[in-house]
Write a protein that binds this ligand. Structure first.
Ligand code: COA
Ligand code: AMP
Length: 637
């Protein structure tokens, strides 16, 4: 069957407002919007202005009211604890109402912020939906971030409450969350009124008198007394959530997502991009702390009336590299969405894919990959072993859904390995040179999106319109800067090659080298430093820090390097995977003093490099290479 992609994309181009009005008919509005798009509202315009709605209503209530009360909505599968539980739409709605009642009793109201710092348990999803029900704005912080990162987000979002759990569980260790939470609240200037804690059986958290509440016990009471909470109508343009993502400094960016446009875009994507029918089981093996988790564990599958899988485990080691196939088979999953790194991990453990044969994958149709570059080897391996289409797609926390993908629902386009395929309707993607001139097909440049961004994308940064403008809109007037570099080929296919800023991608996790440099330079013995991302076969990239010590420092280098590794883990978190700190005498710089990070990266990756014309002292590059060799790093990947 020929793909309807071209006609659909053209229809959007001809009349974007009619296109999105049509998509908006799939959403229940409490009050219809006045205009599909108001170019004069907000920083670059706003979608569905004047409309009123509630995201939780669209995710739960309407499915209960219209024929899906007994259908599975949330399937919790936790190989790390052995727990499993399925919630129907009706059961999930009851739980969410109970949690909303508890939050409201604690003073949480429309517009209040609530931070959610949770492991992958059903209560994390319930917490997001309960906030949405109340019109409160949630901000989920990934459990692998340390107390300091949590404190930074508390001071930016100023939450009325924090929802957390007694612990998270990683292979081989239980991580008590409460001490991290207490430390974060102690560090933050802003103090939340309440912390609601889910007590898990592995660890019982000490509750602070007056401030902390046992969320499970309170929910049980609310359920027993049949408490219900109506959905609070919010404006389509009101924020649903803030999700902090790495910027070039230690101060993360608070990406704002609205209610109306977000629902319209995600609902559209489920049928047209992912090719999923309501009632089917969709699994995004990510974490609710990332945008993939927000959009495709929680909101999109539920908006679409699907069952979503909440998986608390790893692709390997819980207990083996067959766990993905086991979950697909046990729960009738039709599509899996994960990061390529997960498949690299599986391929390393089970290169022949032998474990696949142990499971019935008859219903499994498509594997979707995103979050980092999908290397052709990994794609080919997955295609061969699974015998289903493997679809790479490219997007960012900022956009909330795919910029570029292969629209399975409209009819799959031919796959070109290494390319996430073509722009989705809503995105007019261009490649520009540094001066903002369009580049011909096949030429590497800055990938930008012509404004306005489609529904679902960020309208601004939390309390930071100016930072939004300067970070994303200023460099290429009239366009959104993605900060990714790439090419568009003669067929209109995009390839994403690299970031143009200091963001690195470690196991599908987006991290700021600038933030790591801030931690290193705060060490009393460090005079200056540079952190780069070096290639890694499993995680894609790994951070590698170089430090120059202050004159007169006599402590052994190895001791200082160990300090630095510990500091990054303590301040940013284990997710940074910062394990390499190297002391050098000097850093290579241009004559104007700019550190040559790109050249250092090429040396570390064993690539050919051109001597930068503006380099101050070329001999320093040899010193860097020698230091990397001494650590067994050059060209290791
Ligand atoms: N809470 C606390 N610590 C966490 C955590 C959490 N929620 N998530 C990860 N960590 C810790 C890990 O235990 C690990 O600690 P360690 O340094 O003591 O080993 C560290 O953070 C790095 O974690 P991770 O990046 O997950 O590496 P890993 O070696 O444990 O596993 C993979 C490697 C490839 C299996 C794993 O990264 C993976 O499954 N990636 C999928 C990526 C993904 O889902 N991306 C989201 C976008 S789609
Ligand atoms: P995040 O905001 O965490 O989703 O990270 C977004 C960044 O991850 C993008 O700007 C890209 O650099 C990278 N990325 C995400 N998906 C892909 C993909 N399919 N191919 C290449 N890079 C990707």
């Amino acid at each position: 069957m020929a793909s309807r992609y071209n006609e659909t994309y053209e229809a959007w181009k001809r009349d974007p407002e009619a296109f999105w009005a049509d998509a908006a008919a799939d959403i229940d509005w409490f009050k219809p919007y006045d205009t599909v798009f108001d170019p004069d509202a907000g920083v670059y315009g706003r979608w569905f202005v004047g409309g009123e709605c509630n995201t939780c209503y669209n995710c739960l209530d309407r499915h209960v009211e219209r024929g899906r009360p007994g259908q599975p909505a949330l399937i919790y599968d936790s190989p790390i604890t052995g727990a499993r539980k399925t919630y129907t739409y009706e059961e999930l709605l009851a739980k969410v109402q109970a949690m909303a009642a508890v939050l409201r009793d604690g003073g949480v109201e429309k517009g209040d912020r609530v931070i959610i710092y949770m492991p992958m348990i059903p209560e994390a999803v319930m917490a997001m939906l309960a906030c949405a029900r109340l019109g409160a704005i949630h901000s989920v912080v990934f459990g692998g971030f340390a107390a300091h990162e949590l404190a930074t987000r508390i001071d930016d979002a100023l939450p009325k409450a924090i929802i957390s759990a007694s612990c998270g569980i990683e292979p081989g260790r239980v991580i008590a969350y409460k001490p991290l939470l207490d430390e974060a609240v102690a560090q933050a200037r802003h103090k939340p009124a309440h912390c609601f804690i889910v007590q898990r059986e592995q660890v019982t958290a000490q509750l602070v008198e007056g401030r902390d509440r046992d969320l499970g016990a309170l929910m049980a009471d609310a359920l027993a007394s049949g408490r219900t909470v109506d959905c609070v109508p919010v404006k389509a343009t009101d924020p649903l959530y803030i999700l902090y993502t790495s910027g070039t400094t230690g101060q993360p960016k608070g990406v704002v997502r609205d209610n109306g446009g977000h629902m319209v875009a995600l609902k559209w994507s489920m049928s047209n991009l992912y090719g999923i029918q309501p009632g089917e089981v969709f699994w995004a093996a990510s974490d609710v702390g990332w945008v993939v988790g927000h959009s495709y564990i929680v909101y999109a599958p539920l908006l679409h009336g699907c069952a979503t899988v909440v998986f608390e485990g790893k692709p390997v080691g819980t207990p083996d590299a067959g766990v993905f196939w086991r979950v697909i088979s046990d729960h009738n999953v039709v599509a899996l969405f994960t990061a390529p790194t997960a498949f690299r991990a599986i391929k390393k453990e089970d290169p022949e894919g032998r474990l696949i044969a142990d499971y019935d994958l008859a219903l499994f149709r498509t594997l979707f990959l995103a979050g980092e570059r999908a290397d052709p080897d990994t794609i080919k391996w997955a295609e061969d072993k699974l015998g289903v289409p493997v679809i790479d797609h490219w997007w960012q926390t900022e956009t909330g859904w795919a910029i570029v993908g292969n629209p399975m629902g409209l009819g799959m386009l031919p796959v070109k390995h290494g390319s996430p395929t073509v722009p989705m309707p809503g995105y007019d993607v261009r490649v520009l040179d540094d001066a903002g001139h369009p580049l011909p097909a096949g030429t590497l440049g800055n990938i930008v999106v012509k404004l306005p961004l489609p529904p679902g994308c960020l309208p601004t940064l939390w309390n930071a319109d100016e930072r939004f403008r300067s970070s994303y809109l200023a460099e290429f007037p009239g366009y959104y800067k993605t900060a990714d570099a790439g090419v568009i080929d003669e067929d209109g296919y995009l390839s994403i090659m690299a970031r143009t800023d200091d963001i690195i991608n470690v196991a599908g996790h987006r991290l700021s080298t600038g933030a790591m440099e801030e931690v290193l330079s705060a060490h009393p013995d460090v005079a200056e430093c540079a952190v780069i991302g070096i290639s890694d076969q499993l995680k894609g990239q790994l951070p590698c820090g170089f430090v120059v010590l202050k004159a007169g420092v006599t402590r052994p280098h190895a001791e200082i390097e160990a300090d630095l590794v510990r500091l990054v883990r303590d301040q940013i978190g284990p997710v940074a995977a910062f394990k390499i700190a190297i002391t050098v005498d000097r850093l290579p710089k241009t004559r104007s003093g700019k550190i040559l990070r790109g050249t250092m990266r090429q040396i570390a990756d064993g690539q050919e490099y051109k001597m930068p014309a503006t380099i101050d002292d070329p001999a320093i590059l040899d010193e860097i290479e020698a230091a990397l060799r001494a650590h067994g790093i050059v060209g290791e990947s």
